[in-house]
Design a protein around this ligand. Structure first.
Ligand SMILES: Nc1ncnc2c1ncn2[C@@H]1O[C@H](COP(=O)(O)OP(=O)(O)O)[C@@H](O)[C@H]1O
Ligand SMILES: [Mg+2]
Length: 218
């Protein structure tokens, strides 16, 4: 079982949107997915309630309970846990960072998001956690200098997952329906982005496995 957490001290970067859409894409790619909502705003839990299919369990978990919930899930059939976290510097975000194998930091291509990502990254570095950025809500127009600069800044901070996620109505419509973008418009551009993002995340997770194996062997 692998655990990823969407983290960023800033709100509105797309943590809940990506948690939901990535969960659906990963499930369709064959993973047994379990979602954990640690945000008191409960966006993901509400999304789960709207979802007619009961194929993606969503559970609210308090910071103190997270280690035991993850340990119990690891003994069962679940292969992927996705944790959605609140925006601010909270015990929930800290517990998620500690429990995750990989922390994904969504950031919009704006300087305020880049600055907040820097401080999130600082925390993750201190914890010795693997992390990667994903650029979100980019303009669907050809890449602007702002997007290129944002991408370069995140790349320099330790790795940017591909592709860039654009700002698209599909993300908002899918959330409203309790669906993923790959369900609402399977051949749409947003669906393509999310499937590619899952491929990148999966590659990153398998790289972690190799690192762990070589550490054990040493
Ligand atoms: N790629 C996207 N395209 C269009 N709207 C988006 C996208 N990602 C997020 N949003 C919208 O931006 C807002 C904030 O996203 P959300 O996932 O709730 O962020 P967070 O969980 O980080 O606070 C929501 O209204 C959501 O629908
Ligand atoms: Mg959220």
């Amino acid at each position: 079982m692998r655990t990823i957490a969407f983290i960023n001290q800033k709100g509105g970067t797309g943590k809940s949107t990506l948690s939901a859409c990535l969960a659906v894409a990963a499930k369709d790619a064959g993973e047994r997915v379990f979602l954990i909502d640690m945000d008191p705003q409960k966006s993901l839990t509400k999304w789960g309630h709207r979802r007619e299919e009961k194929d993606l369990p969503v559970e609210t978990v308090s910071p103190g309970k997270l280690p035991s919930v993850l340990a119990a899930l690891a003994r069962g059939p679940v292969t992927l846990v996705i944790i959605d976290t609140p925006a601010t510097d909270t015990p929930a975000a800290e517990a998620a960072m500690a429990g995750a194998d990989l922390c994904v930091i969504p950031a919009r291509p704006t300087i305020f998001d880049i600055w907040s990502s820097e401080s999130t990254r600082g925390k993750l570095k201190t914890l010795g956690k693997d992390y990667a950025f994903v650029l979100t809500q980019c303009s669907a127009m050809p890449e602007s200098a702002r997007v290129r600069d944002g991408a370069a800044a995140l790349e320099a901070m330790g790795g940017l997952l591909q592709p860039f996620i654009c700002s698209r109505v599909d993300y908002q419509e899918a959330a409203r329906e309790g669906m993923g973008v790959t369900e609402i418009e399977p051949y749409g551009k947003a669906a393509d982005e999310i499937r590619q993002l899952w491929t990148s995340v999966k590659r990153r997770l398998s790289r972690l496995k190799h690192v762990e194996k070589s550490k054990k062997a040493a």
